[in-house]
Write a protein that binds this ligand. Structure first.
Ligand code: FAD
Ligand code: SF4
Length: 628
């Protein structure tokens, strides 16, 4: 009989989780009741996909066993000093330090969300939405027949899929959009608990990771509207230098800056892009602009697609005002007005083909039953991480570059303590940019906060120190930076599971450290007393000299990285050997399959990518519609 991996029972793990909570946030120092907090953590874990919950349980039980070995008792039985000593030991060794940081992030995320739950609901419900939910022709898959047909099927309703579907429907084609996620309403964003919104809106309840050294957290949206439901609304046009590279090196004629400008204009009109108004910028953004101004660095309010935004800082959990203008509020209703139909909760398992020509798709409902839709054209827009595995499952993954060339536009965050109250969760979540180092170094700084309570995951220390810092969370500002990376990752599949790998390049690692140095300078220039660099094991620094010193010794492979902008796994290009998708968006090797999402982006777009992806999708769909 195959041996089952060790996973402690929930019962055994509950005590260990309680001990972990009591150690990270000791009640003796004013921390929350550990048993209650452990219950909230357990509730969140119960909603995560299979390997996550048993892995966390095993880690908590393992820590308890270690405590028993070294100090003669389970964490929950030890006194405060012994518990803190235990954490110091864990933090001193790289592998356990990584584990500790992961557990700390989990505990702080759930603690923050639970603490602010009522406040969040209160603030969400205070003002009426600025627009109602859109009029969509959307049917959950359980009400969809076992077979059907269309002129064209679009798989995925996110940034790329929605724009493509609208263009195709307006071109007179009968369009069916199949979306794995469900439809969300503004009422849910106004009334549901933050953790519920988090677990519902993200693939794998927000636990997706790109494996590597270091691992990279990679949240991905899932629902009617795709990742635009949860994104920050930042809306950059693709820089001309990037477009020129795609035109000249990748031979993508559509990317010629002059021609592409028309597509970008159309996207900006559709999603209503405008600069963040000063009244809702929030102190976090203001301090960023102040710091940059004092340094003489180029900066300004970000361009966003959020007409009517009230600055409630909840974009990552779905907008409770329907102000953020994701594609569920513009391109999708426009597609439906032109005749498109959306089937939600429909995971496409295979693109079907015969004799080198596409014939339709086979999809699965949440209850496991299947259905088919026949069509002579299929546009795949499942997003950068899901499109190659779907093509692979379908027997269309023969191109050697499919699934490769993954760029992540990786991000690091820095926070800083100010004397004044910053309250970063009042104001727009992502509000201001410092672009001084963008063209030269590929580094973009963006003032980015987290929804109320969730920003505490960036707090320094553990035990008493952590409780103390949480008590003055409103004095912290936070800044994020993204770097233009070399494509260094891949997506593949093991059975039905997607596996994402990413190996941070040496140059990119050093660029991330430089980004931390730049963010620290901005925050000090704005008046910060201490900067939390995010470098593991390093105490907050009090001046630029110390900042440079700690960064000089830092190993980029130990940084805590997050990424929000995966691209490139089915890149578009004129060279048949290096690009799985041709310059019109057609998948090479089969007739009738196009790709129109982040995966076709030829290389890191160097800016937040939604506008770029939407413009490319418009270009691809325009070509299909023109051919009829
Ligand atoms: C927290 C966060 C903040 C962000 N902020 C910004 C920002 O401010 N500005 C910006 O430019 N970008 C931002 N982004 C990134 C941006 O939103 C994405 O790059 C963009 O939405 C990707 O578009 P897409 O069409 O490739 O995929 P998605 O928008 O992710 O859409 C793909 C859709 O396909 C569906 N799907 C997948 N597989 C299947 C299947 N087999 N069958 C059916 N359906 C399937 C998915 O459920 C999903 O809904 C952010 C991302 C995140 C996670
Ligand atoms: S800050 Fe974000 S969530 Fe809040 S109103 Fe503005 S767009 Fe919506």
């Amino acid at each position: 009989m195959a041996r089952r991996p060790f996973t402690p029972t929930r019962e055994a793990a509950r005590g260990s989780l309680t001990g972990l909570c009591a150690t990270l946030l000791p009640p003796e120092a004013g921390g929350p009741d550990p048993a209650t907090l452990a219950g909230v953590v357990g509730g969140y874990l119960a909603r995560t996909p299979h390997p996550v919950e048993p892995a966390v349980r095993a880690a908590a039980v393992g820590l308890d066993a270690l405590a028993r070995l070294l100090d003669g008792g389970r964490l929950v039985e030890l006194d405060l000093a012994s518990r803190e000593r235990m954490l110091d030991r864990l933090a001193a060794w790289a592998p356990t330090e990584l584990l500790l940081e992961g557990l700390k992030a989990l505990v702080l995320l759930t603690h923050g969300a639970a603490t602010f739950a009522d406040d969040l609901r209160d603030r969400s419900g205070r003002e009426e939405p600025v627009r109602p939910d859109a009029d969509l022709d959307v049917v959950p898959s359980r009400h969809w027949p076992a077979s059907g047909s269309a002129d064209v099927i679009v798989i995925g309703s996110g940034a790329g899929g929605a724009m493509a579907a609208r263009e195709l429907a307006r071109g007179g084609l009968d369009v069916v959009i199949l979306e794995e996620g469900r439809r969300f309403t503004v009422e849910e964003f106004r009334t549901h608990h933050a953790l519920e919104r988090w677990t519902d809106l993200y693939r794998d309840a927000g636990t997706t990771v790109a494996a590597g050294n270091p691992p990279v957290m990679l949240p991905l949206g899932r629902g009617v509207g795709g990742t635009t439901l949860v994104n920050s609304g930042t809306s950059f046009r693709t820089p001309d230098r990037v477009l020129q590279r795609w035109r000249d090196r990748h031979r993508v004629s559509m990317a010629d800056p002059w021609a592409f400008a028309a597509l970008l204009d159309e996207v900006e009109r559709t999603i209503s892009v405008a600069p963040v108004p000063a009244e809702i910028m929030g102190r976090n953004g203001e301090l960023t602009l102040l710091g940059a101004e004092r340094l003489g660095w180029s900066s300004g309010p970000l361009q966003r697609n959020a007409p009517g935004c009230g600055g409630c800082c909840q974009c990552a959990l779905g907008c409770p005002r329907n102000a953020k203008f994701g594609v569920h509020l513009n391109a999708l209703p426009q597609a439906c007005a032109a005749g498109a139909r959306i089937v939600s909760e429909a995971r496409v398992e295979r693109v079907l083909h015969e004799g080198g020509r596409v014939t339709g798709v086979r999809a699965r409902r949440p209850d496991g039953s299947g259905f088919r839709v026949a069509a002579p054209r299929v546009v795949v827009a499942c997003g950068t991480t899901e499109t190659p595995p779907l093509l692979g499952r379908s027997g269309l993954g023969r191109h050697r570059q499919l699934g490769r060339n993954l760029a992540l536009h990786p991000a690091v965050g820095v926070s800083a303590r100010f004397e004044e109250s910053v309250t970063p969760w009042v104001g727009v979540l992502q509000s201001a940019q410092v672009d001084e180092f963008h063209a030269g170094d590929g580094i973009m700084l963006e003032a980015t906060a987290m929804p109320p309570g969730m920003g505490s995951i960036g707090m320094p220390g553990h035990g008493r120190r952590l409780v103390e810092e949480l008590g003055r969370a409103e004095h912290y500002a936070s800044l994020g930076a993204m770097i233009a990376d070399a494509p260094s990752g891949s997506v593949s599949r093991i059975g039905s599971r997607t596996v994402i790998r990413y190996q941070l390049g040496r140059t990119d690692g050093h660029r991330l450290l430089k980004a931390i140095a730049l963010m620290g300078r901005v925050l000090f220039a704005a008046g910060a007393r201490e900067v939390v660099t995010g470098v593991p094991g390093v105490a907050p620094v009090g001046d630029v000299g110390r900042l440079d010193e700690v960064l000089g010794d830092a190993d980029p492979r130990r940084l805590h990285l997050t990424a929000f902008h995966p691209t490139g796994t089915a890149r578009m290009g004129g060279h048949a050997a290096s690009a799985p998708v041709d310059t019109l968006g057609r998948l090479r090797g089969v007739e009738g399959v196009w790709v129109a999402d982040g995966s076709v982006v030829p290389s890191c777009p160097e800016v937040n990518p939604q506008v770029t992806i939407m413009a490319l999708a418009l270009g691809v769909a325009g070509g299909i519609a023109a051919r009829g």
